[in-house]
Design a protein around this ligand. Structure first.
Ligand SMILES: [Fe+2]
Length: 501
């Protein structure tokens, strides 16, 4: 591609040729930037002295002149050139210190292709705006106006940031769908927003503000060119509204939502509260919101598909156990329910709750490997049979092992029969060595076992079971969790079950 079409000039400074060449290649091939490389801060300074760059990436640890010293000196030579720090996760603190010294951002190694290109585009977009604001100082714009402009910009960045956090909190796509229109209206101060997804040949509007939330046909409409062009478009005042057909009283901005190279929806904004046209800054902010929403939707969708497949497979395994031993299945469901309530008292985060839900449901999955004659034996067990039952923790761990991303759940399954004093099985670990969720499940598990009727003994009354948990707090159980348990579950009616666990 000829240089005239390049999006900007980038300098990459790193003493590791592998790193700098990879980054250079990504920015050149994927980002379409003109790139140059330097082997250390000293080389980098020489280059910025004789050439202009739109953005500079620099490593921190380098011979001759390190990244921090380069940053300091580059601020003197080219104060308006943004510098991005390249850092390992272990030196994040240094990266933050570098930002205080004037770096505008940092990227952690190993690099993610998308992240590098997106960060470069974002920084260049923001820097262009700052440049324009700064150059207005010399013209007829007063300092007061410049300050007002900067203040507005800071407010917009703040609003985009808080909306970005709001989007991140939505773990289900239907929640995002319902909220996007409202978020966009708030962020861009517009009265009319629609957020639609492509379904069949239509744009099915999932949320709307100030316009009808009806499906819109794509063929032959304005949306067809937005979707086909994969780029935002603006409709001017007087043109027919794609929502109602009436003449637009203010501009309309339509932004396609993309996953990879495919458009899957359109975010449409019009009716600016101040009646003016969309500024370049507003278009930039709206595009960023659409990108954020699209990437979260993609992540959620991937996660949902992946999670549902795994859960379906494991549920079918649990059903297999249920066919042999109905107690294990029902017991697992009750233990999970009690565990979740303990987690609620403790205020655990969403990720830990997910681990608990999954680990709780599957904690006895290893019983699939225990013989029927032992698992379903009505009388007392021999020592050998007890050892065989105890093996279900290790077998469960082995079953989950091949599934990547379930490391935490594996540990819960393996350690749910460990004791707080270290006298449990299979590994005899104690206290904080036992994962917190396994400690929670130990309390829930024992309580359910005690209050369930079994072929070889009667169910204990709830009060007696709670008293037993208290007696064993500090030896078998984490005392803090027994207290949390008492706070919630002990007050409720617990149904009894029959079986061995
Ligand atoms: Fe168990």
């Amino acid at each position: 591609m000829p240089d005239t079409e390049k999006k900007g000039r980038v300098l990459i400074i790193d003493d590791d040729p592998g790193v700098r060449d990879l980054l250079s290649q990504i920015l050149s091939d994927v980002g379409n930037y003109e790139t140059e490389v330097a082997a250390d801060g000293f080389d980098g300074l020489e280059k910025i002295r004789s050439n202009g760059y739109d953005i500079v990436f620099t490593d921190l640890k380098m011979p001759r002149l390190n990244g921090m010293d380069f940053l300091k000196k580059s601020r003197e030579i080219a104060p308006s050139t943004p510098v991005v720090i390249l850092t390992g996760v272990s030196s994040m603190e240094v990266a933050v210190a570098a930002m205080r010294k004037g770096a505008c951002d940092f990227i952690t190694k190993p690099f993610k292709l998308d992240k590098i290109v997106a960060t470069t585009e974002r920084i260049l977009g923001e820097w262009k705006l700052y440049g324009r604001l700064a150059s207005a100082r010399g013209s007829d714009a007063s300092l007061k106006m410049l300050n007002a402009e900067l203040f507005k910009r800071l407010q917009e960045i703040g609003a985009l940031h808080s909306i970005s956090i709001e989007v991140d909190r939505c773990h289900e796509n239907k929640e995002i769908y319902a909220r996007v229109a409202g978020m966009a209206a708030k962020l861009l101060a517009v009265n009319e927003v629609s957020f639609g997804l492509l379904e069949g040949g239509d744009l099915a509007v999932k949320s709307a503000v100030g316009v009808p939330a009806a499906s819109l046909p794509v063929a032959g409409s304005f949306f067809e060119s937005v979707i086909g062009g994969k780029k935002h478009q603006i409709l001017d005042v007087g043109r027919p509204s794609p929502h109602t057909g009436a003449a637009l009283e203010s501009q309309l901005l339509a932004i396609p939502l993309l996953v990879g190279d495919d458009v899957f929806g359109v975010l449409c904004l019009s009716g600016k509260a101040d009646g003016a046209a969309f500024s370049e800054e507003e278009v930039y902010i709206a595009i960023n919101l659409a990108r954020k929403v699209a990437s979260k939707i993609e992540n959620n969708a991937l996660y949902e598909v992946f999670f549902n497949n795994i859960v379906a497979t494991l549920k079918s395994l649990i059903t297999t156990i249920g066919a042999r031993d109905s107690y294990t299945k029902e017991h697992s469901e009750r233990v999970t329910k009690y565990g979740l309530r303990i987690a609620e008292v403790l205020g655990l985060g969403a990720e830990e709750i997910d681990t608990l839900r999954f680990g709780g449901y599957l904690h006895d999955i290893g019983k699939i490997g225990v013989r029927d004659t032992v698992l379903l034996k009505p009388g007392g067990l021999t020592e050998e049979e007890i050892r065989e039952i105890q093996l279900h923790t290790v077998i469960g761990d082995e079953i989950i092992k091949p599934i990547r991303f379930f490391e935490k759940e594996r540990k819960i399954i393996r350690h749910h029969h460990e004791r707080f004093d270290g006298a449990g099985y299979p590994d005899g670990i104690g206290r904080e060595e036992i994962p917190a969720i396994a400690r929670i499940l130990a309390v829930a598990d024992t309580f359910d076992a005690m209050t369930s009727q079994r072929p070889y003994r009667m169910a204990l009354p709830r009060e007696a079971a709670v008293a037993e948990l208290n007696r064993c707090a500090g030896s078998q159980f984490d005392p803090e969790l027994v207290r949390a348990f008492e706070e919630t579950i002990a007050k409720e009616e617990i149904p009894h079950a029959i079986g061995r666990g």
